[in-house]
Ligand binder design. Sequence first.
Ligand code: PEP
Ligand code: MG
Length: 529
Amino acid sequence: MQQFSGRAAAPGLAQGSVVWFAETACGKTPQGTPAQELEKFRLAREECTRRQAQLYQAAQEQAGEEAAAIFELHGMLLQENLEEYVRPYIEQGKPAAEAARLGMREVGALFAALDDDYMRQRSEDMAELGEELAAAIEGGAAPTLSRPAILAARQLFPGQAVSLPKGLLLGVVLQKGGAQSHMAILARSMGIPLIFCPEAGPDWHGRTALLNGGTGGIVLDPDEARQAAYAQSARALARQTALLESYRGKPTQTANGQSVALLANIGGMADLPGLQISDAEGVGLLRSEFLYLESPNWPTENAQYAAYCAALRALPGKPVTLRTFDLGADKTAPYMHLPACANPEMGCRGLRFGLQNPHLLKTQLRAALRAAACGPLGIMFPMVCTPDELDKALTLLEECRAELTAEGTAFGKAAVGCMVETPAAVLYAAELAKRCAFLSIGTNDLHQYTFASEREGEALYAAADPALLRLVGMTVQAAHVQGCRVNVCGQLAADPAATRALLALGVDGLSVPPGQVLAMRRHIADITV
Ligand code: PEP
Ligand code: MG
């Protein structure tokens, strides 16, 4: 018996024998000239277009009209002039498959700005379509099943999942993918548990597995005791799902009646569908870096405006807090030409980088102010260390307001806040709070800079070490004196073991991954502070 702990992406339980889907690279050819790469793209597009009608039919039968609409949409999108988005990447020397991925992401950003709700919500389909085109270029084969089984593979596209005979797909384990990918959304609507587990491999083929798509737990070759436990989990899961659903639409309150704002963190357009089903009361942290990292060049004001409006439309009327770019450190792209630095985590990053490149920060601030006319957008500056830095950022914001006014461009009022991610920001909390409507504690960085212990490395100190909690308490006290609210948006906000302590310290809001909102609301309801 072997046990694995993967990333849960679609809930449900499955028991069955594993079929490993080995992708072939039959069509994969070495990179050719740009003209040859363009031809590969055109052929792949024709092939994908042909498949959409069949997939639509299959999805309608297996998962209903809503899931089938993905393929109708893909078919429609393939009719569009996609080549103009892909060709520039090929001309820059990228292979066709990569150019298809990049070009489709670019179209996705435009798509997010469309007026039609349905089209906008499905903007991530573009990235998925890019993957499908890339797979067609690289020659991926389709999986097949002849009996009920759990499918394991490196990667799977929605089209491949619905093309399997109805009822035979018990569950899916993939090495690669995101919990908010369309494959995950489709798996959820098909009621099929999905787990991402990098350890899955061809040696799993033919072995019996138990999957728990809610926890990410996988057991290979289970003994009798495990099988009995599985049956018990099936019963418990049914009860748990019903219980969490009963918290949907309810206010977030502790057992003794303390209200807490329960918000969600999002890191890109792909998170919007998950956000919409999360029941979050707003977005506490929109990590805007995705726009910069997914783009071949600095994103334009209009592209940013479209993306921020799309985030606002995902939760109509609810607050969305946009964090200005926290670039630098590990978040860089080649076009940025950031100066080399011995210790990038402590180098030119976050607001420091913005202040050294005010034209870039102002482009983002203008886009944000314009988007604030579409809904309650907040603007938050990252990696602030001193009040002086914040003042400089606020001056740039004021300049943007003045420019937009002079141009006659519509913009909205945006609540302004800053992140507290450094010990210096904690010590300056009173001064920062005087200038802000809210502070948001980024415990991920605050932990690393407090303990001189890198966040990606081995956990040397507890996430909720009392030293960190004291810093949270100091921030809350100083901010509340100024009438300024304090949220926590680092990972600690989603750690049930820390919730009671954070609420007892007076934290006003918690911002957690979208999928944890209902579970956190339920957890908070049991806490007395
Ligand atoms: C943090 O530092 O806690 C935070 C929320 O920001 P990020 O994780 O994006 O650095
Ligand atoms: Mg941070």
